[in-house]
Design a protein around this ligand. Structure first.
Ligand SMILES: [Zn+2]
Length: 287
């Protein structure tokens, strides 16, 4: 029973592959996933997908919708974004908030011609911060867990999270790549940290060491699919027509690699991750 703490299963790039993906989910035993939206235009697809899969279906698949404005998409938001977000969240009491966050990388390090950023107005950090805080406050008001994207802005993120009300159930720092020193202060605020198999690439020695030390009761596993393609040895599932896409069923390989990294039997790790996932993402369901 593998649980994906963070993916984008409603991505248009997956639409033609969805029946095959759900078949692979059943084969490798993926039964829970948080399906994240990142911009106003993809929230309807998240709602439709999560509502369309029978829950529980024949293989007990539960897709949890999560709605948010990603920092890359902050610059292109419409004047109606916040009302729309509130509408999606209040329509489904099980829905989470995310992915939201802070990203200094798109401002300072991203290549001007990065195709993933084509057509996006790159919002300055103060604008990202204002939108992040607005969404965080909405999550607190509605009692929802939050998924946070952060690249190159961990000091500002910690400072921000230390100074505002936080979701009662906690929050996920997805594919956390900050320093080892910040793990404890983030955890004290309620953070969970999701391991991504892209960190198994040889150059990510520091991140592998980091994920060996994350407290076990705050550890989750994710794919971020279709993004963050792992190295080939850890990506057994591929799309022949789209080899750069990360297949969501690669989650099972991420679990296996993390068990090795943590020197834990896979069943023990799997049970721990399920507990953590339920505590963060499922405990807010109304009684
Ligand atoms: Zn993501």
């Amino acid at each position: 029973m593998h649980f994906d703490a963070h993916n984008h299963l409603a991505s248009p790039s997956f639409t033609p592959h969805l029946p095959a993906i759900l078949g692979d989910y059943a084969t490798v035993g993926i039964t829970r996933a948080v399906v994240n939206g990142t911009e106003e235009s993809d929230w309807p697809a998240v709602a439709t997908l999560c509502g369309s899969v029978l829950q529980p279906s024949t293989f007990n698949l539960q897709l949890l919708p999560s709605y948010g404005l990603h920092p890359w998409d902050v610059g292109n938001r419409s004047p109606a974004w916040l009302e729309s977000l509130r509408t999606y969240l209040t329509a489904d009491p099980s829905a989470a908030v995310g992915e939201i966050g802070l990203d200094r990388w798109i401002l300072n390090r991203a290549r001007p011609d990065d195709p993933r950023l084509a057509g996006l107005r790159r919002a300055p950090l103060d604008e990202q911060l204002a939108v992040f805080q607005t969404q965080l406050a909405l999550a607190v008001a509605l009692d929802r867990p939050v998924t946070i994207h952060c690249i190159d802005a961990f000091g500002l993120l910690l400072e921000t999270l230390s100074s505002v009300p936080l979701p009662r159930r906690g929050f996920l720092l997805h594919a956390y790549s900050g320093s080892a020193e910040l793990v404890a202060p983030f955890a004290a605020l309620g953070a969970y940290f999701s391991f991504n198999a892209a960190y198994l690439a040889p150059r990510h020695t520091r991140l592998r060491e980091l994920y060996q030390k994350i407290p076990l009761d705050r550890l989750l596993v994710e794919t971020d699919a279709p993004a963050m393609l792992p190295p080939p040895a850890h990506a057994p599932h591929t799309f022949a027509a789209a080899p750069t896409l990360n297949h969501p069923a690669n989650l099972a390989a991420a679990y296996a690699a993390l068990a090795t990294l943590r020197d834990l039997p896979l069943p023990a790790l799997t049970a721990q991750i399920a507990d953590n996932y339920r505590r963060l993402f499922l405990a807010h369901f109304p009684a």
